[in-house]
Design a protein around this ligand. Structure first.
Ligand SMILES: N[C@@H](Cc1ccccc1)C(=O)O
Length: 492
């Protein structure tokens, strides 16, 4: 393969010039080639990418005088000016006239510090020694313009002092130098041919047939393209969509409900006793506002809680309080949404689901967040049984890609029997993923629901963690751009 095929004319020019001289800066190359410095630099970087040249960068420090520094480089430092103006002890007043008040102001401290003189009772008494210091030598060298530190021949501390005195400033310059790699050298030895090349075909060329004689610039199909991070749906959202899709395909209707619910719908309608620990302040976000209790159900729910209503149930006993039931909360589970939906739609068959947020007062840690998603669902129909429930949930998890599903006995105040579905994950073992069961008569009867109801509330974020192999739930909610880029969107 001709190794020159993927070189632009400019790159070839730079290569040839580099072949003439080992190590060149972009400026030197620009001078040699007649190209612009930027063009040379760009070509050099391209050659570097192609493994033909190396571009190295060096930071060069240099120093130069400030305008005050320049003045002292010409007329001497203030302390030098002052010392030269006197032959013996001289009063400060006299000196101010001889040199200038400004110079004397600066110089007095320095003559003392340098041991050139002492100040006593307003007089300067020279010590007789006032050798030319390194700072003065440095100033003199700097008169010629910008100088690198090693050319100054003085200690860095001297320069630092001059910088502190605001007489010298430090400059930094990036120096690029370009050399051929061995591959580059080889190529130059082979001989580089520069031909005029066409990068774009025009309609004129086509019409005239001129294109046949043209030398076209070829594409380098071997260069790996730069990664393009296209916009995409968040991986978590994708998984949620996938779960939604599965239930839609199984003939379910998606429902939505309010985030703020009365305790009545969140707890009481679900036959959760009013002294249930889940209802405590530390577990639930309680709100100031209250809701009207639904007239058609409240007495029946009350009777069910207090003594089992007209069922052969004992209820929970004690007094059921409307004041507690009407208090609003942020829904602690989406079961509040499905139970209300069933009460509003008591005619079978019903197959409904909801994927939405629930809120609990959790301390945030790798496996808990106060807001999280649940996949809630209900099936109500004449002959629904517990076996249908297990089959349905197994089907859902299978479609989500989990081969092994099992159910452990569970407990919820509103279902009997109750189970906790678990899936098997290599490396983790059995992972619990929520709750399910058949609603108790104590739940359905007061609401006028007369058929068996299969119900479940599954952890969505937990499932997403497993699918996305995350160790920390919080990553689902943080927009870590690297993670988002790297994580493929799960396929629907
Ligand atoms: N609401 C329960 C899950 C559940 C829903 C429906 C029936 C049984 C259990 C929870 O949040 O954990």
């Amino acid at each position: 393969m001709n190794r020159q095929y993927n070189l632009t004319t400019n790159e070839k020019i730079v290569l040839i010039d580099l072949g003439k001289q080992g190590n060149l800066s972009p400026t030197e190359l620009a001078q040699m080639s007649g190209l612009k410095v930027e063009t040379v630099a760009q070509s050099a970087f391209m050659l570097q990418e192609k493994g033909l040249a190396d571009v190295s960068e060096q930071i060069i420090e240099s120093y130069n005088l400030t305008s005050e520094g320049d003045e002292y480089a010409r007329c001497g430092l203030p302390e030098r000016q002052m010392i030269s103006a006197m032959s013996g002890p001289t009063s400060l007043e006299e000196l101010k006239e001889k040199v200038s008040p400004k110079i004397v102001g600066i110089a007095t401290g320095w003559v003392r510090r340098k041991g050139w003189a002492n100040i006593e009772q307003g007089s300067v008494i020279p010590s007789g020694k006032a050798e030319v210091g390194n700072d003065e030598k440095a100033l003199a060298s700097l008169r010629s313009g910008k100088v690198a530190l090693d050319q100054l021949g003085v200690d860095n501390t001297i320069i630092q002092d001059l910088i502190k005195r605001k007489l010298v400033v430090r400059n930094e310059e990036k120096l690029r130098s370009i050399v051929l790699t061995s591959a580059g050298k080889e190529l130059v030895l082979e001989g580089i041919t520069i031909e005029e090349e066409v990068t774009q075909i025009t309609s004129e060329m086509l019409k005239s047939g001129e294109w046949k004689e043209k030398n076209f610039r070829s594409y380098n199909i071997h260069t790996p393209p730069r990664a393009v991070y296209a916009a995409k749906v968040h991986p978590y959202q994708r998984l949620i969509d996938q779960m939604r899709q599965i239930f839609l395909e199984m003939g379910f209707t998606e429902i939505k409900g309010d985030i703020v619910q009365s305790s009545f719908w969140n707890f009481d309608a679900l036959f959760q006793p009013q002294d249930h620990p889940a209802r405590e302040m530390q577990d639930t976000f309680h709100l100031k506002e209250t809701s009207e209790l639904p007239e058609e159900y409240k007495d029946k729910v009350c009777a069910m809680h207090e003594h089992g209503g007209d069922l052969a149930s004992k209820g929970w006993g004690g007094k059921w309080s409307e004041d507690i039931a009407c208090k609003n909360v942020l829904r602690t589970h989406t079961t509040a949404v499905t139970i209300k939906y069933l009460a509003d739609n008591p005619k079978p068959p019903i197959k409904a689901f909801s994927i939405d947020r629930a809120y609990r007062r959790e301390t945030i840690d790798p496996t808990h967040t106060p807001e999280f998603e649940q996949l809630e669902g209900v099936v109500m129909d004449k002959d629904m049984t517990f076996a249908h429930l297990l089959g349905l949930l197994s089907e859902f998890y299978h479609r989500m890609g989990f081969k092994d599903v099992r159910f452990r006995p569970g407990y919820f105040p509103y279902t009997e029997p109750s189970v906790e579905p678990e899936v098997y994950v290599e490396g983790l073992g059995w992972v619990e993923l929520g709750g399910a069961g058949v609603f108790r008569k104590e739940v359905t009867h007061p609401l006028g629901i007369n058929y068996p109801v299969l119900a479940w509330g599954l952890g969505v974020s937990r499932l997403a963690m497993l699918k996305l192999e995350l160790k920390d739930l919080r990553e689902l909610y943080q927009s870590d751009i690297d993670w988002l880029r790297k994580t493929p969107s799960p396929r629907l």
